[in-house]
Design a protein around this ligand. Structure first.
Ligand code: APR
Length: 392
């Protein structure tokens, strides 16, 4: 078959590209390795920036989000057993964060695309990209459901298949510059069927390491625990997870209880950042995790993926309307935001983490100094709010 744009991957990036292209009247086909049920249930990120929600609303893609998502205006830092709340919304024009699990957004975007007759092929195995240096690249794969081989000829390939995808790997060696950084810590990421024990996100700085309480829904919460590099999930039976969370999140002079529940997912996250420049090669343009990964600190990963997708769809639509200016600027435009977020996330990572125990005492004092700066200086607080909420 033939189309204008072949989109690889049905994550947030690929699905926003596909939906916006359809709305602009540009033909596209999406190929996704997994089944529809799998992508609609895979829990990942959960915090969506104000500007991203506005973009989804403009395109009529936020109906269910507006019914279900909780809007947030503040976050809480805990240090030395004391809590400090930052009402960031008031500091950046009343913008808010929306708590909406990634798989819910993916579900909405799949339904919107298919609902308007979009061509989305699940269970596409062994996807390969060809002739990216020509004006007529193609994509081949095997339909795992039928065992049949398929080929899509196209004008452009949108590589939205995440960090481990085939798109970036299809670029000839040496054509992209890779930047990567390991932050020297790990996070144990825990998803629990437990109602939240807080109204806003909690970031706790503790001598035994960082602990975070994130929000997902009225029945599900996500927690993070700082661990040493090389640590394994096997060292974290459920009882230890809850004991560490209780200890690191504890308040000194206030009663506060952590609501526990069955743990449904436990993963060890390598806290790594990665960016490629430029975000494409020939007729391939990369978007989202395919081009850059960021740690969960600051909640930027999904927002960057959606920003890339919006910019790419807009640039491709402009191409078919006769102008290549946006496509030419695509990589640079996205990378500006990517690096801003990387810098913010790194800054916040440094504030929240020090090596556990004695060795981290100096850094923990610096963390307190940084936090006090945000808490006492309206200018510093406003700068934090702008980054945390996401610059317009
Ligand atoms: N062929 C086809 N599809 C693929 C392939 C492949 N070889 N490899 C991966 N995919 C699919 C995955 O199954 C997934 O559905 O591509 C999609 C990529 O989606 P994401 O990994 O969610 O990436 P992206 O859309 O860029 O969104 C980034 O995900 O990791 C989180 O925190 C991150 O929230 C951010 C978001």
């Amino acid at each position: 078959s033939a189309t204008k744009v072949a989109v690889i991957g049905a994550g947030p990036a690929g699905l926003i590209v596909a939906n916006l292209l359809r709305k602009a009247g540009v033909d596209c086909v999406v190929v996704e390795r997994h089944t529809r049920a799998y992508v609609e249930q895979r829990p990942r990120a959960g915090m969506i920036e104000h500007r991203v929600v506005e973009m989804l609303r403009r395109h009529g893609l936020a109906d269910r989000l507006d019914q279900m998502a909780d809007a947030h205006t503040s976050c809480e830092f805990r240090i030395d057993g004391r809590r400090h709340e930052i009402d960031y919304s008031a500091l950046y024009g009343g913008r808010r964060h929306y708590v909406y699990p990634q798989q819910e957004l993916v579900t909405d975007l799949v339904a919107a695309f298919l609902g308007t007759g979009g061509d989305l092929r699940f269970q596409a195995e062994g996807v390969r990209l060809h002739d990216l240096d020509t004006e007529r690249p193609s994509v081949t794969y095997t339909d795992a459901a039928t065992g049949r081989a398929a080929r899509i000829d196209c004008d452009f390939v949108a590589g939205c298949d995440g960090f481990h995808g085939v798109s970036r790997a299809s670029v000839p060696a040496g054509a992209l510059t890779e930047y990567s950084h390991h932050h020297g810590i790990n996070w144990l990421s825990v998803l629990a069927a437990a109602p939240p024990s807080t109204r806003s996100v909690i970031y706790a700085i503790h001598p035994d390491g960082f602990a975070g309480h994130m929000l997902r829904s009225s029945t599900v919460s996500r927690f993070y625990l700082q661990c040493p590099v090389g640590d394994s999930v096997d060292n974290w039976p459920d009882e230890r997870v809850w004991a560490e969370l209780r200890k690191r999140l504890a308040l000194r002079d206030e009663r506060w209880t952590l609501t526990e529940g069955p743990i449904t997912e436990k993963r060890m996250l390598d806290m790594r950042s990665f960016v490629v420049e430029p975000m494409g090669h020939g007729r391939l343009h990369l978007a989202g995790d395919a081009a850059h990964v960021i740690t969960p600190v600051g909640g930027k990963g999904m927002n960057l993926a959606l920003h890339d997708g919006e910019r790419l769809a807009e640039a491709l639509a402009a191409h078919y309307a006769g102008s290549d200016a946006l496509l030419g600027a695509y990589s640079e435009t996205c990378l500006r935001r990517v690096w801003r977020c990387q810098e913010f996330s790194r800054w916040m990572t440094e504030m929240l983490h020090a090596p556990a125990g004695e060795g981290g005492a100096f850094q923990r004092r610096l963390a307190v100094a940084r936090l006090e700066h945000i808490l006492s200086s309206p200018v510093a607080a406003a700068a934090f709010a702008e980054d945390y909420l996401g610059q317009d």
